[in-house]
Design a protein around this ligand. Structure first.
Ligand code: 6CS
Length: 361
């Protein structure tokens, strides 16, 4: 368990996040003065997170490669509001860039909920990385859906396997009976956990620690790095690895942001985004692995890894949720499902080496 100092730091962080006020007043998109442009990027996670690593690396590379013509400002979670509020600020052009996790985007862009389906992607994170960053057919469909809702998709970022935290092992669907599972707010996530017999409870990220502590929910699901930095393991004593889905986020820009850039700035922007795909994949693997070690070293947390038979029981119950996804996301959703499944099968069959399937890989 953590020291009192660490706990009060957590409490302060969460208080800040919960306040989540729109306390900063912005000028117009891509704003700047005679000395250059300012690009503002907001993240849905706190300092030290995967998204923070991405944003600060983006900041360093952009500022270096534009020779100071562009200044990047990074806004961690809590400074500008909830995920839904960040998305609105990008759509309106108040922010140039933000992370927008599909787990929170579902009621705006139903197609984004494809990442809420369980056991759809490969068990191999490297295969998933190849498909999510290189499959043009799938990406094109997703980008069209985003564009129709005023967002430009620029990157798809895996942040590690989703892990179930609880005060018991979650080995079988029976363990989910009546279990109050906190989910992100996309409607399909509710269906995904209801299919296991759980009682899903959607809420914003900032409210999760308090909800766990007060027993308003029994558990939650997130990658290990997030569980550690948000201190969820302080109020939960089991982590169950089912490898049912990676946490996938997306980086978006405001409409017209990229096309309005001068050719030299656009080339730098696109080069940096391309380069960060591989960098963030390796970084999140390191974060998840190191933080799992930290949780284990702190003591008091049981690590449970489901075997193939146990995973199959969940996989089976989750299959009808794919039909619900198509009902919500329509023809384009169906085409995305087909493209993604095909992309995964092809990538699994290719000869490029995979990552194996260790809990934190
Ligand atoms: O659970 C959530 O709501 C959040 N989880 C992560 C790892 N990132 C952002 C998201 O809002």
């Amino acid at each position: 368990m953590r020291s009192k100092a660490a706990r009060s730091k957590t409490a302060m962080t969460l208080q800040l996040v919960a306040l989540g006020s729109l306390s900063l007043v912005f000028g117009c998109g891509g704003s700047g003065d005679a000395s250059g442009q300012v690009w503002r990027i907001a993240i849905e996670e706190i300092e030290g997170s995967v998204q923070h690593a991405y944003a600060t690396r983006f900041e360093a590379l952009i500022e270096e490669r534009t020779g100071g013509r562009v200044r990047v400002e990074v806004y961690p979670y809590g400074s500008l509001g909830t995920s839904a509020q960040l998305t609105e600020q990008v759509r309106s052009g108040a922010l140039q860039l933000a992370f927008a996790s599909p787990g929170h985007l579902g009621s705006v862009i139903p197609e984004a909920q494809i990442f809420s389906l369980h056991f759809l992607l490969s068990d191999d994170a490297v295969v998933n990385q190849r498909v999510l960053t290189r499959d043009g057919a799938f990406r094109g469909l997703l980008a069209d859906a985003y564009r129709e809702h005023g967002l430009e998709l620029v990157a798809i970022v895996q942040e590690g396997w989703m892990v179930w935290s609880a005060n018991k092992a979650l080995r079988t669907p029976a363990d989910f009976e009546g279990f109050k599972m906190r989910t992100m707010v996309s409607p399909l996530l509710v269906e995904a956990y209801a299919a296991y017999g759980a009682d899903p409870t959607p809420m914003p990220y900032a409210e999760v620690y308090g909800a766990l502590q007060l027993g308003m929910v029994d558990g939650q699901v997130n990658p290990v790095f997030a569980i550690e930095e948000m201190s969820f393991h302080e109020v939960q004593d089991h982590l169950t690895f089912a490898r049912h889905a990676p946490f996938v986020s997306t980086l978006v820009t405001s409409p017209g942001f990229v096309t309005a850039l001068a050719p030299a700035d656009r080339a730098v922007f696109e080069g940096v985004i391309g380069e960060l795909d591989g960098w963030i994949f390796e970084t999140q693997r390191r974060f998840n692995s190191e933080r799992l070690d930290r949780i284990v070293a702190e003591g008091g947390t049981q690590i449970v890894e489901l075997d193939d038979d146990e995973r199959d029981a969940f996989r089976e119950l989750g299959l009808p949720v794919r039909e619900t996804f198509v009902e919500m996301a329509g023809e384009r959703g169906a085409a995305m499902l087909e493209a993604l499944s095909l992309g995964v099968r092809r990538a699994e069959g290719s000869s490029e080496p995979g990552a194996g399937s260790s809990p934190e890989a």
